[in-house]
Design a protein around this ligand. Structure first.
Ligand code: ADP
Ligand code: ASP
Ligand code: MG
Length: 401
């Protein structure tokens, strides 16, 4: 079998953890498998590097930032290769470009265009364990790019897809995918399995256990993923196209604190207003969600929506001139909000799921600002101060204590 194993920052944070990973990897190798390992930077290395850059130049170029951040993974691949060697097994470390990762040129959020796995294959043929730096690639100018935070998950899936691996295992610091963040919600339960679509909605709604792009790619190329613990050798969570029928209305609750709510108040109630507002936001390359438009009254209406918090200022800037031109009463941006989502394919066939979420929030006396939904997700926006309580209340409603 060809197995791709990815280890996140907490799984390689110090010498002891690196040696622990080396043991997992070599055990898989000893069973007769070809093993490609993808690793992230150790512990908080990436955050520390960002801090170093900010001390020197808070507006450093994105190219230089990628050059800097890619260094984190270079440290962990070489240390892991040395750890594997110390256990008496052959290993070689490869940077993203050596492993054939070609990306577009969007520094800091580059997309993988292609993985050319020739070198990896040649090393596997020499019976080596191949240790690849996650999170990085090379663009057409031969410059180093990074894939966005949490991007090592995507690196692992990309290799698994390109090499048609039998399995892609994502090792982390919890035992799998849970019904809510197990570090925050005491009653959270581990899921045996979850579909790509459900996992994609969970990841996009704030469950950072998997990067959403990695799930998108796994779905596209039908890569079977498993999320499991690097510290405890127990079964994890399988992520796949179809799961066995379970009587679960929803699979989980997620919270995203990195959103902001933008509202334009008192605009004329004319045709074409929504188009004019959202085309301006789209032109600034900002994704919107949770759109709410009020019923027109006295010839005016309001539009509110959420954007990623990092884009809030840009969204307001994109709308300022227009809001003034049409005589809107106010253009406001609120950052103290949390988006709470429930996710599950069960809601396609059960109509009372959303109501259950609203009931739980009402019982906890938490006010809902806006609501949005997809086929398998319902999201609400609440005050940030109510965020944790909201997750607890909604989780308790669906999963009990
Ligand atoms: P890694 O360094 O291994 O990539 P991450 O910190 O990116 O690890 O992701 C693992 C973390 O995701 C867990 O420690 C957990 O707190 C958090 N998490 C959030 N939501 C969930 C969930 N639904 N199931 C499991 N973990 C979750
Ligand atoms: N080291 C990168 C980060 O911290 C990539 C990753 O961990 O997946 O975001
Ligand atoms: Mg991660």
């Amino acid at each position: 079998m060809l197995v791709v194993q990815k280890f996140g920052g907490s799984s390689v944070k110090d010498a002891e953890h690196v040696l622990n990973v080396a043991r997992i990897v070599t055990d898989t190798y000893k069973e007769g498998n070809d093993v490609v390992v993808v690793v992230s930077a150790q512990g908080d290395t990436t955050d520390d590097l960002i801090e170093k850059a900010e001390e020197i130049n808070p507006r450093g170029s994105k190219r230089e930032m990628d050059m800097l951040l890619s260094a984190g993974e270079q440290i962990s691949i070489s240390l892991l290769a040395m750890a594997i060697d110390s256990l008496g097994f052959p290993a070689i470390s490869l940077l993203g470009w050596q492993a054939g990762f070609e990306t577009n040129s969007k520094y800091s959020t580059a997309r993988i265009k292609r993985v050319n796995p020739e070198r990896i294959r040649a090393e596997l043929d020499k019976k080596r364990i191949v240790v690849v730096a996650g999170f990085q690639g090379l663009n057409k100018y031969d410059d180093i790019t990074t894939l966005g935070r949490g991007g090592s998950d995507t690196s692992a899936v990309a290799i698994a897809a390109a090499m048609r691996a039998d399995l892609c295992q994502i090792y982390t610091d919890v035992e799998g995918v849970y019904t809510a963040d197990p570090r925050k919600v005491s009653g959270a339960r581990k899921l045996e399995e979850i579909t790509y679509n459900e996992m994609l909605e969970m990841a996009t709604s704030g469950a950072q256990v998997l990067n959403n792009r990695s799930v998108e790619m796994a779905k596209k190329y039908n890569v079977e993923m498993e999320v499991l613990s690097s510290l405890k050798r127990v079964a994890g969570t399988k992520v796949k196209e179809v799961t066995k029928v379970e009587k679960m209305l929803i699979k989980g609750v997620a919270k995203d604190d990195s959103v902001a709510r933008v509202a334009i108040v008192g605009m004329p109630d004319n045709p074409g207003i929504a188009f004019k507002v959202f085309s301006r936001v789209a032109k600034a390359h900002i994704c919107v969600d949770n759109i709410l438009q009020s019923i027109g009254r006295d010839g005016t209406k309001d539009i509110a929506f959420t954007v990623p918090a990092k884009d809030a200022e840009d969204a307001v800037a994109a709308l300022k001139e227009y809001a003034e031109a049409v005589g809107a009463k106010d253009l406001v941006c609120e950052k103290d909000v949390s988006k709470i989502s429930i996710v599950g394919a069960g809601m396609e066939t059960h109509e009372n799921v959303a109501a259950g979420m609203f009931e739980a929030l009402a019982d906890a006396n938490i006010n809902i600002q806006t609501i949005s939904s997809s086929e398998i997700r319902v999201s609400v926006l609440v005050d940030k101060k109510d965020g944790d309580r909201a997750v607890e209340a909604v989780h308790r409603h669906f999963f009990g204590e």
